[in-house]
Write a protein of this length. Sequence first.
Length: 173
Amino acid sequence: MTSSIPEAQSDSPGLQGPSVSSLTHSLRAVLNSFTELQRHVAAQLGLGLNDVAALEHLVRRSELGPADIASILRITTASATVLVDRLENAGHVQRRSHPQDRRRKLLIVTEHAQAEVFRALKPLFDMHEEIDQHYSEDERAVIESYLRRVSQSYDAHVYGDHHEAAVEVDPSS
């Protein structure tokens, strides 16, 4: 099926190459907007980008410690310690002893931090929900499939083909 939307040219001046499809152009615009959104949310929370990224990972996975944050964010353990100190001093995380390994510390996101992050992100959740209303269930399934495939491709490009995808994939997509 062909689209009635013309192909968009690359929005990167000075880069030569094939034209970029309107879908790819739109995805790039979303990614650029998301980068700005991350900066905006970080500023709203009075945190740096790495601090917000660390909180996001800590909210999703409860068994992380400072060394894990260093590895995930690709920063040194010394930098991760400073980052965790900042988050702890701001009341966003608490260090707790690991139940099986007394040498390790676990980082626990405080209720205060969870509430603050939720308050900052709630308008975005509401916007997404409102946008979702404009699409049928079938259209949302196609959009979701596309986004999952893009995410898998990005992960494969960065981590290799054998990387376990961050997003669980529906085998039917």
